[in-house]
Write a protein that binds this ligand. Structure first.
Ligand code: FPP
Length: 249
């Protein structure tokens, strides 16, 4: 049982999802509605991410995997890509100190080697600075694509079979999970219990396709920059309602 003060009321949450995945969508539309450039939405979206991370950490969530940049996002205008790639640099200066204070540990998944040098350096610095923290893991999915992740796992397994390190019979679901990018997460929390997508789109868009096999899904029309503490608590309350067994075991 967990008590948390929401904006207007005390909320009791019996079952906190241990791993939550978030598809942070709608930044561009949020900015456009305010007659601002799309990138303004990404900037305010970072504030939302900070607020949600701190709330999740207070609730006892163990892992928060956030879809920050997909392999498909490279087709956006170059200016916008440059802006998004600079976000981790700003993130490091502005947000990491508070996250660090809250014992948040930063990690990442995705083809991060292909990110611009400064972006990767800022991310690596955040990972390094928070390496010893024991609280929530904020796991950034950056240049991440789920099918590419599975394809890569199959390639590595095939190579290990070829090198006689594995027999085809050794290939189990557990073994495949060891070859995915989420293998660095604590074993019990590798798969998200709950996935939230903002902005009204009803898709998973190549986000954790293997790991989401049993995830509860939550879709909300709220645009990401508006998805703050109260909206996050509402989503987790909904997760709790789905898990009420009404007296059954
Ligand atoms: C989707 O909105 C959002 C993104 C592609 C970028 C999200 C990134 C952040 C919120 C910050 C991440 C922080 C770090 C440190 C990397 P959209 O542009 O697709 O919005 P639209 O669907 O309305 O166009």
């Amino acid at each position: 049982m967990f008590g948390i003060i929401g904006k207007t009321k005390k909320v009791t949450i019996d079952k906190v999802p241990k791993h939550i995945g978030i598809i942070m969508d709608g930044n561009g539309r949020w900015a456009k509605k305010r007659l601002k450039p799309r990138v303004f939405g990404h900037k305010v979206g970072m504030d939302a991410l900070q607020e949600v991370t701190i709330t999740a950490s207070q609730m006892g969530v163990k892992v928060l995997t956030v879809y920050a940049f997909s392999t498909e996002n490279w087709s956006r205008p170059q200016d916008e890509i440059n802006f998004i790639m600079n976000l981790p640099v700003e993130f490091f200066d502005k947000f990491v100190p508070e996250l660090d204070k809250n014992k948040v540990r930063i990690q990442m998944i995705g083809e991060t080697r292909r990110l611009p040098k400064e972006t990767l350096e800022a991310l690596n610095a955040a990972v390094e600075q928070t390496r010893r923290n024991t609280g929530l893991i904020l796991n950034f999915a950056l240049n991440y694509g789920g099918r590419a992740e599975i394809t890569n796992a199959v390639r590595l397994i095939a190579q290990d079979v070829l090198d006689a390190k594995l027999n085809p019979d050794d290939v189990t679901e557990d073994l495949i999970a060891n070859y995915l990018m989420t293998d660095h997460l604590p074993y019990l929390y590798r798969d998200p219990d709950f996935i939230i997508r903002t902005s009204g789109e009803l898709r998973l868009s190549n986000f954790l396709p293997w790991q989401s096999a049993y995830s509860e899904l939550y879709f909300t029309p709220v645009l990401w920059p508006d998805f703050r503490r109260a909206e996050f608590i509402k989503a987790v309350e909904e997760y709790n309602r789905r898990h009420r067994r009404f007296g059954a075991i």
